[in-house]
Every structure is written in C-alpha cells, then in structure tokens.
Design a protein around this ligand. Structure first.
Ligand SMILES: Cc1ncc(COP(=O)(O)O)c(C=O)c1O
Length: 441
C-alpha cells in the first residue's frame, strides 16, 4: 500500500515524461476509425488493406503488401523467395529477437555478423566474409532509421548472387539519395507496431519493386489467417487507449494513473487491453513465433495506418529538427552520436540514439528531468533476457554490438516534444553530465 501511495505521489509530482512514445495517432484518427466502423467497415474485413497498400505503394514508389507484424512480413519475404531449407541468412548481431525467430520459422538459419560502432548497422566487409555456399540472403537493418551502407551491400549481393533484404522496422520514411527506403533492393519490410514511426498497434508490410515477387507475397497474404476477433478487438482498444492517452502532453502521468486504477480495481476488460500480448511476448523472448503466423492486418488497423501515413512527412520533419538540435548539443556533454553521410542519408529517427560512458548516471539524470530514457538494443538479440541460444547467437561473437549494448541510450522523439523542452533539460543537467568523462571505445 505504502509503495502504491508513493508511486501515486511521485507520479503526480513529476513532470510530463516522454518515455514510452510511439505512433502519431491523434484524436481525429480515433473519431475517423469509429465513424468508418459505424459506416460498415468491419474490424477484420473491409477496404482498409487495399487502401493502405495503395497509399504505401505511392509513398515508397514500390508495391506494398501488409501483414499482421513486421516479423511476419520478413517471414513472408523469405517464403516468397523460396529459399532451400537450411539456407543461411546473414543479419546484424544487433537486432530484435523476433527477426531471427522469423528466419528460423521460415526453415532458415540466422548467421550473425558484427555491426559498425559508427552507425549501429551491419558491417558490409564482415557480411561478405560470412558468405558461404549456403548463404541465401543478407538482412540490411537500418538501425534507428539510419540507412545502411547500401551501395556496398547491394554490390556484395550482386557479386555473390545472394538476396539483400532491407529490415526497415525502424526506418519508415528514411531516405537515401533523396529516395524513401523501400525500393533499393528486391524486398524490404517495415513495422507499424506501436513503438515505431506510426502505429497500427501491431502490423507490418513488405515493399518490393518486383511485380512477380509482389504477386507471390499477395498469395501468401491471402492464404494467411485473419487475426482472431479477440486479439484484433483488444489490439484496436489498445490503439484507441494509446492514441487517446499516451500520445498527449502529460502522457506518462495519465497513463500510469489509468493503469494503476485498472489494476487496483481489477477491471478485467481493461486489464486484458493492457496485457493481451504478455504471453506472446514471453514466447518471443524464447525465439518462438505465435501459432498463427503470418496473419493479415485487421481492416480497421489498416485504416489507422493510412490516416497516419498521410501525416508522416510532417512528423519526420519534426523528428529531424529535434535530431539536428541534439546532434549539435549532445557531443558537448561527452555523448557520442551515430555517424552517417549527411549529404546522402536522412534517417527517420524512430528514436535518437547516443552513446555514453556512464549509462546509469544518464538514466538517472534523464528520468529526473522527465525525459524517460529509451533502452533499445541493449542486447545483441534485444531485449535483455531473450534466449540467445534459442536464436543461435553465440555470446562474444559480435564484440562491437556487445560494447554498444553497454553504452547506448535513446531519446524517444515525438510530435509533442519540442526543442525548447530538450533545451531546458540540456541546460539544467549540463552541470552534472558535463563533468563526466567523454566516451571511449
Ligand atoms: C530491428 C527490428 N526488426 C524487426 C522487428 C519486427 O517488427 P514487429 O514487431 O512489427 O514484428 C523489430 C521490432 O521491434 C525490430 O526492432
């Protein structure tokens, strides 16, 4: 009881924290989705996927096929490419556990290679060295939305006759040479899960410039199961909850308060909305995919994606303004930033990553100033606690990635977060952080 009272007091006393933020859903989207439902669009079926895919195709200048998650989109690509069983897929040893799980589910073997400290992305030289007669594909993951070294990777793919597949889970809207990622290689996949560039709560899609591949992907999509009404319904409610509460100023206070009430009064439906993914999440840490895999993206969630896609460029411009400000200010506090060719690449900044020597000091400091730190990629097969062995990652095999895990933090960027707010944090913590020694690798 005492701890609950303490929690409540600290929550009410604390500033608006921007810790969990993803998606760019707004109240207007919520009203739009509810009115579509009122006009006969079903939870699972209707015009949503067709219209979302058409909008994605225009945006990426490629064909687009939606699925129930990014990991499912990756699986669908691997199946559509019809690789022989046991084929090896090279991927960065700095990824999310669900990516190798999808590779295993497709009957293939994940082979990890180390990343470059500079941009957190796969090292093309090491990727080339890892190619064997069994290699079928290289996964080019644009970590945090910083584009990979695509010239080198596509060249390697061409010379060795292996496919290059882009993992754009973090990178919707990132550009290279002015072109939105998604048609650099034969296939790319993206995630629209709740913490990504925009949110369909769960979801993902493939883009490809190849008409024959798109046809096979569409067949896989058509043969896929619908999400169960229970999961689709809970996921819609969770999206409404996040859109209404989480993506707002004061979000952290309001959501924590709401969650406290839901749990305290054991409100079963609302508790199910908060926890419906818990079992699946626990399975994913063990490298297992859900039973129905892949599934279709539920109709109303596809509509939700389309509405947010229309605002994406505006959101990207905001993220890039914040990122430019952070790029200017963070190095003077001893932090190190991701390096990329500013003349060619425009990251999407799903979150803004930076490296620090003393991670715990920064975490304390950021939390005190209401800028909840993000912890993404603090394990070679993120998150911490995932079963490395189950997805074939050998500890020690990717030393750069393992070093990054000890030093990386990120600042979630969001429409409600302003430069003035970051500036306030920077000036108020300059004294504490400024005294730390700069990071060394
Ligand atoms: C690098 C990376 N790849 C793939 C995925 C899979 O996306 P989804 O959660 O939509 O299945 C994620 C998810 O977080 C990711 O971080």
């Amino acid at each position: 009881m005492v701890t609950k009272i303490q929690m409540l007091l600290s929550m009410l006393a604390g500033g608006d924290a921007f810790d969990f933020v993803g998606g760019i859903a707004q109240g207007a989207d919520v009203r739009h989705i509810l009115s579509l439902h009122g006009r006969g669009e079903g939870l699972l079926e209707g015009s949503g996927n067709r219209r979302f895919e058409a909008a994605l195709a225009r945006y990426h200048q490629a064909q687009a096929v939606t699925f129930g998650a990014g990991r499912m989109a990756l699986y669908a690509i691997l199946k559509a490419m019809d690789f022989p069983a046991g084929g090896e897929v090279i991927l960065p040893g700095y990824t999310c556990v669900v990516a190798p799980a999808a590779i295993l589910r497709a009957g293939l073997r994940p082979v990890y290679v180390d990343v470059r400290i500079e941009d957190f992305n796969i090292d093309p030289e090491l990727a080339e060295k890892a190619i064997t007669a069994r290699t079928v594909a290289i996964l080019a993951q644009h970590t945090f939305g910083i584009p990979c070294r695509m010239d080198e990777l596509t060249d390697i793919g061409r010379r060795h006759g292996v496919a290059v597949i882009e993992d754009g889970a973090h990178a919707i809207g990132a550009r290279l040479d002015g072109q939105v990622l998604g048609r650099w290689t034969e296939a790319a996949f993206f995630s629209t899960q709740a913490t990504k560039m925009f949110s369909t709560e769960r979801g993902g899609y493939v883009t490809t410039p190849d008409a024959a591949l798109a046809k096979r992907l569409r067949e896989i999509q058509q043969q896929s199961a619908d999400e169960t009404p229970r999961i689709a319904g809970l996921s819609l409610l969770r999206w409404l909850y996040r859109a209404g509460l989480v993506c707002r100023p004061g979000a952290n206070r309001k959501t924590k308060l709401a969650e406290l009430v839901i749990r305290r009064f054991r409100l079963p439906l609302l508790k199910a909305v908060l926890d419906y993914e818990a079992e699946e999440y626990a399975q994913s840490l063990q490298g297992r995919c859900s039973e129905a895999f892949p599934t279709k993206l539920p109709n109303l969630m596809a509509h939700a994606g389309r509405l947010q896609l229309a605002r994406l460029e505006e959101n990207l411009a905001h993220r890039r303004r914040l990122a430019a400000f952070l790029e200017e200010s963070l190095p003077s506090l001893g932090a190190r930033l991701g390096q990329y060719d500013h003349a060619r690449a425009q990251p999407s900044w799903v979150r803004f990553p930076f490296l620090v020597e003393d991670r715990s000091a920064w975490i304390r400091n950021m939390s005190r100033h209401g800028l909840g730190p993000g912890y993404w990629l603090e394990d070679p097969v993120h998150p911490r606690g995932s079963n490395r062995q189950a997805v074939g990652y050998a500890t020690g095999s990717c030393p750069n990635a393992e070093w990054l895990c000890q030093h990386i933090l990120n600042l979630p960027l969001h429409p409600e977060l302003r430069v003035s707010r970051i500036n306030l944090w920077l000036s108020s913590c300059r004294k504490e952080i400024g005294r730390q020694k700069p990071i060394n690798s």
